[in-house]
Design a protein around this ligand. Structure first.
Ligand code: ZN
Length: 294
């Protein structure tokens, strides 16, 4: 169906003999113009003339590639299906309008005919000729429009059906283009996501490497610290409840621990040198003693 429509389009745009180019141009990729010429058994200039005519209506797209050795450009062409179908649609709408106008005038106006010469005149012209044929001198007779009207209505019906099927094809093609667009957008966002994941992995690996490095230089102490910090960090959720229930001693202990963690956390942010670790370690010992005392 689509191929038939595209042929019709090319026929309207570049003349009926050019129709066969339509199926060659109905391709996902752009087609080499020399290949088109060869397949149609035309010269490259004849082929280009057809392509330019179709191109004037904006129904084809082209890309060009430079021949590196010879230095000239070769063009590659492809028919734009949706544009072509819209073009066909508007041509059909025009024709349908014409039929409707004719039907209107045939059913409301009078026409005259010279039966001998088979020439037809509308009322105005018949009046101008005084209802006498200037060719044969015969007298005009009123035309019976019944058959004409019937033919016109049949044609109108045919074209309306044709238009409906073109519109179905337009819907199909639009849907296809929408899907392609969505797919492309999804591909784009997938790529972004993938990039983000890779970056996250890299950051995690770096962090791990840094941590290992710190552990080596810090004689395992940083690991302990990290572990402690984590445990303390989790506490705040249960802390309130505990404090409410707990004895005073307990709450004092907790306060000290909190202070200590604060210090540890701020220290941890800077790179851990041995000195720092020793310092915090000794501080911790002091605090521990204090807790015991209390
Ligand atoms: Zn006549």
């Amino acid at each position: 169906m689509l191929d038939k429509f595209l042929k019709e389009v090319v026929g309207i745009a570049a003349g009926k003999p050019a129709e066969d180019i339509a199926s060659l141009l109905n391709s996902k990729k752009h087609v080499n113009e020399f290949l088109i010429a060869k397949k149609l058994d035309l010269t490259i200039n004849q082929t280009r003339n057809i392509l330019y005519k179709i191109s004037d209506h904006g129904l084809v797209s082209s890309i060009r590639k430079k021949d590196k050795r010879k230095g000239w450009y070769t063009y590659f062409w492809k028919i734009e299906i949706l544009k072509s179908l819209e073009f066909l649609k508007s041509a059909l709408v025009n024709r349908i309008d014409q039929f409707q106008n004719q039907i209107n005038s045939r059913s409301t106006k009078q026409f005259y005919i010279c039966k001998r010469c088979n020439r037809e005149f509308n009322e105005e012209n018949a009046l101008l000729h005084d209802f006498i044929c200037n060719e044969c001198g015969g007298i005009f007779s009123l035309k019976d429009n019944t058959k004409d009207l019937k033919d016109l209505k049949r044609s109108l019906d045919k074209y309306e059906k044709y238009l409906a099927s073109v519109e179905i094809e337009i819907d199909k093609e639009s849907l296809k283009l929408d899907k392609q667009k969505t797919k492309m957008l999804k591909q784009l966002s997938d790529d972004k996501l993938e990039k983000r994941r890779t970056k996250a992995k890299e950051t995690a690996a770096k962090r791990k490497a840094n941590k290992e490095l710190a552990e080596k230089s810090g004689k395992k102490k940083p690991a302990k610290k990290v572990a402690k910090k984590k445990i303390v960090k989790k506490k705040p959720a249960t802390k309130k409840k505990l404090i409410k229930k707990a004895v005073k001693k307990n709450s004092i202990k907790r306060k000290i621990v909190k202070k200590l963690t604060k210090k540890l956390t701020s220290k941890k942010k800077s790179v851990l040198g041995k000195k720092q670790i020793k310092k915090t370690a000794s501080k911790k010992a002091v605090v521990k003693k204090k807790i015991k005392k209390k």
